[in-house]
Design a binder for this molecule. Structure first.
Ligand SMILES: [Mg+2]
Length: 395
């Protein structure tokens, strides 16, 4: 297999297995092997009704071709992972990933994760694609262990509070109306994706604090809409309104710019959501002392493997590692990461609906641990129907 160093432990194991002499390090099960790697493309209609984000960036997606990665094994266990950009991902699978994966032991996730990063070096994958193989491998491993993924990661809790994470509504009064709806439904935490105008967002933040009182946690997400001057202005208002965190007000490529912001505002900064390189770029936000919390997710941070690396890095410095995004994978992370506080429940419309369409149910402001084994896609599909084209892979 290309890329294996002949002196590696992996090569030794493979050769020993091939020769039928057993595993060199003890009485372990023989290696499982990946036998098939497929991408099933899925047409996803436009989000209806659509929603908007801050000024100057596009709102909700139109119709897209998404996809599912399917990894089959000789043990009869199949792993799944979803991807939002199916055509681009299929191209990588056809040219790079399938050849790397066929014949490999899917339990060797750390090794295969490193192989993905080596492929990234030559291909420069979009950050939203580096995680997909890792997610499917964790699905396989957890199914082999007959556990939900969060317990295989190392379970920490069985439920966690959710915050209502808004899209951008039309006016301050509509934001206040929506906030009342959240509180009526049991949410105790709200995060704003607001207008992208520093003065107007400051007004909204102060008005929202007045509206909800002192006991509701409030957070703000800038989606990188500002420069340093506007980020400082807004940061002062968020501090005055006692916001719990200030997330990504500027593009995250310059740690120095954030260090300067951190020297000028008091509100805690939550950073490292979107930079390329997963743990490799998260480290500097911790090392410079500017982040009070780091962002983790499967889909921008290198899968479960990358997210857990960042969570543990953060924990070593007593930083939070706040899970970004919604859905089953992120719910598993929420249950496994000690230093995470909330599940992000993205909401849209008025009256509000959750963007995940109830896949992870928020009840009285909290979610419960997903059911396995694995990630639990099959549990979801049993309720809602499997995506078209995947039926042949379901037993
Ligand atoms: Mg964010």
């Amino acid at each position: 297999m290309g890329g294996l160093r002949p002196w590696s432990h992996l090569a030794f194991r493979r050769e020993a297995h091939y020769l039928g002499v057993g595993n060199p390090i003890g009485n372990l099960e023989p290696a499982m092997k990946i036998t098939k790697v497929d991408v099933v493309l899925v047409d996803v209609p436009a989000i209806d009704p659509p929603f908007v984000w801050r000024k100057n960036i596009p709102g909700s997606d139109g119709a897209i071709v998404a996809g599912w990665l399917v990894i089959e094994t000789d043990a009869g266990i199949t792993g799944f992972a979803s991807v939002g950009r199916g055509v681009i991902f299929k191209d990588y699978v056809d040219r790079r990933f399938r050849g790397e994966l066929i014949g490999q032991d899917p339990m060797m996730r750390e090794y295969l994760w490193e192989r993905m990063w080596e492929m990234d070096r030559i291909e420069r994958f979009p950050p939203m694609l580096i995680h997909v193989v890792d997610v499917a491998l964790w699905d396989i491993a957890a199914k082999a262990a007959n556990l939900p993924v969060y317990k295989l990661l190392g379970g920490y809790r069985e439920s966690i509070p959710a915050y209502a994470s808004t899209v951008t509504y039309s006016s301050i009064s509509e934001f206040l109306d929506i906030a009342s709806q959240f509180i009526d439904d049991g949410y105790r935490a709200i995060k704003l994706h607001a207008f992208g105008d520093a003065k107007k967002d400051a007004q909204l933040s102060l008005a929202l604090r007045d509206h909800v009182g002192p006991d509701i946690a409030l957070m703000y997400d800038g989606s990188a809409g500002f420069d340093l001057l506007d980020a400082v202005y807004l940061g002062h208002a968020l501090d005055e309104a006692r916001f719990e965190w200030y997330e990504e007000p500027m593009r995250e490529f310059s740690v120095t710019a954030y260090k300067w912001l951190g020297e000028r505002v008091r509100v805690p900064l939550l950073l490292g959501e979107v930079t390329d390189g997963a743990h490799m770029s998260a480290g500097d936000f911790a090392a410079t002392g500017v982040a009070t919390a780091l962002r983790v997710s499967t889909f921008l941070r290198g899968g479960f493997t990358g997210a857990m690396r960042i969570a543990h890095l953060a924990d070593a410095y007593h930083l939070r590692a706040e899970v970004h995004g919604f859905g089953l994978e992120q719910a598993h992370l929420c249950m496994a990461i000690k230093n995470n506080t909330y599940y992000e429940s993205l909401v849209k419309d008025n009256p509000y609906t959750t963007l995940d369409k109830g896949i992870v149910k928020v009840i009285n402001g909290s979610i419960n641990a997903p059911k396995g084994p694995g990630i639990g896609f099959e549990v979801q599909w049993a309720e809602m129907g499997a995506p078209k084209g995947l039926e042949k892979y379901l037993k």
